[in-house]
Design a protein around this ligand. Structure first.
Ligand code: SF4
Length: 414
């Protein structure tokens, strides 16, 4: 397979139009991927790179063409999320163009949330103003840690002091909804050091009136520099007990300050949940623009070609339609497995009746039902009075394992 020419489906070259040119697409969410970073963090497996050739203008031009092509598939957008990469690295004049295009091409009259991911090092007063003027309502700032030593282990290049500065710039510009991203379980990090990071973050959250926190355990993704170092024995992953301790500490400290856990790694004060990410976890439809961006519509899943040059070339030669990789065509068992996998991570859980309808057979002898009952008996899952299936308190630590067991019971189904 050649990424430049996309994949073939039924002998046809496939691009994103395979999922989006149908009258029944009514996607309410849009993800835009900006691939540029000023340094590659060692734990990162997102498609992002340091662009020594400065192709920001070329990139935005191609993005405009792609957005124009896909815009008929959008309903009245409710959420937009610009992620990366480092979207805050895009120059303000290019942001102006991009925001203008979004306003011109899409119906934003019901837009409830427009998030931009920001690196603390690259947020300026000017950028914050441009974002707010262009309709951005929410910023997600990647703090990760406030300890310079741990940032160094992650090869994350920013000065911890700039987290507060960037949050102030965003607040002063009028972007009221702000979120902070944190990472724990960094090699060499102790429980006390993570607590210190959490305390610093909580001080900022209170001081700045911030209502949302994402706290992820460090994962070692295939092909990253950190994973290579781990394999070479140049660093040691923290032990499981410490990681569990960090997780429990995170939950209790955030709960004390009024942050409810609405997803395994995401916490918000009431009403401040990230609507865009909820659309993903609820398996709704969303459009995707930019290299490596993933979309979901009409049961199709796809990912735009990841290399910037391939993506720009495919957009240029196909009337704005990016070639795709990892295309998955509609498939009922896969859709059911995905609903379980993402729905169980949410505090709201899954509607058991809807799950039953989607699963078809669901009687007492059904393998999925048996597996659900097993976890209910063990106290990991609970079925609420409103017939929602969700993690019980002790199940939160094992969310992925429980979801995997339920998904495993789906196959083979009659
Ligand atoms: S800033 Fe974000 S996207 Fe860029 S390399 Fe670091 S983790 Fe990856």
């Amino acid at each position: 397979m050649n990424q430049t020419t996309g994949i073939t489906v039924g002998g046809q070259r496939a691009d994103a139009r395979i999922a989006l040119t149908s009258p029944d697409v009514d996607a309410r969410s849009l993800y835009v991927h900006v691939p540029f970073c000023f340094h590659k963090c060692h734990y990162c497996d997102f498609y992002s790179f340091v662009d020594s050739r400065d192709r920001q203008a070329e990139f935005v031009q191609a993005l405009e063409v792609e957005l124009k092509a896909m815009s008929p598939a959008a309903g009245r957008l409710q959420t937009i999320f610009v992620g990366g990469g480092t979207p805050s690295l895009l120059r303000p004049e290019l942001w102006r163009r991009l925001l203008q295009t979004l306003g011109d091409r899409f119906d934003l009259s019901q837009l409830a949330e427009f998030t931009v991911e920001c690196n603390p090092e690259t947020v300026t007063r000017e950028l914050a103003e441009v974002l707010r003027e262009g309709g951005v309502t929410r910023a997600s700032v990647g703090a990760q840690s406030f300890d310079a030593r741990h940032l160094k282990t992650l090869e994350r290049w920013h000065d911890p002091a700039n987290v507060e500065r960037s949050l102030e710039f965003l607040r002063d510009a009028g972007i009221a909804r702000r979120s902070v991203d944190l990472i724990f379980g960094i090699p060499g990090q102790t429980l006390a050091e993570w607590e210190a990071d959490l305390d610093t973050a909580l001080g900022l959250l209170d001081g700045e009136g911030i209502e949302h926190v994402s706290a992820y355990a460090l994962t070692y993704e295939q092909g990253t520099a950190m994973t290579k170092k781990l394999e070479l024995g140049r660093l040691d992953a923290i032990d499981e007990d410490t990681e569990v301790g960090m997780q429990l500490l995170t939950w209790s400290k955030l709960a004390e300050r009024g942050f409810g856990r609405y997803e395994v790694s995401n916490f918000a004060r009431a009403g401040a949940e990230c609507l865009h990410n909820l659309a993903y976890w609820r398996q709704e439809q969303w459009l995707a623009a930019g290299p490596s961006a993933s979309g979901h519509a009409r049961g199709f899943r796809w990912k735009n070609v990841p290399r910037l040059t391939d993506w720009m070339e495919s957009v240029r030669t196909s009337d704005g339609w990016s070639s795709v990789v990892d295309l998955e065509t509609p498939n009922a068992p896969r859709a059911l497995a995905e609903r379980i996998m993402t729905g169980l991570r949410l505090r709201e859980g899954l509607d058991l009746n809807a799950l039953q309808e989607q699963a078809g057979t669901f009687g007492a002898g059904d393998p999925l039902r048996r597996e659900i009952d097993r976890f209910v008996q063990s106290g990991d899952l609970e079925i609420a009075a409103d017939a929602r299936l969700r993690l019980a308190e002790r199940g939160w630590l094992f969310a992925d394992g429980i979801a995997a067991a339920l998904m495993g019971s789906l196959s083979p189904r009659p």
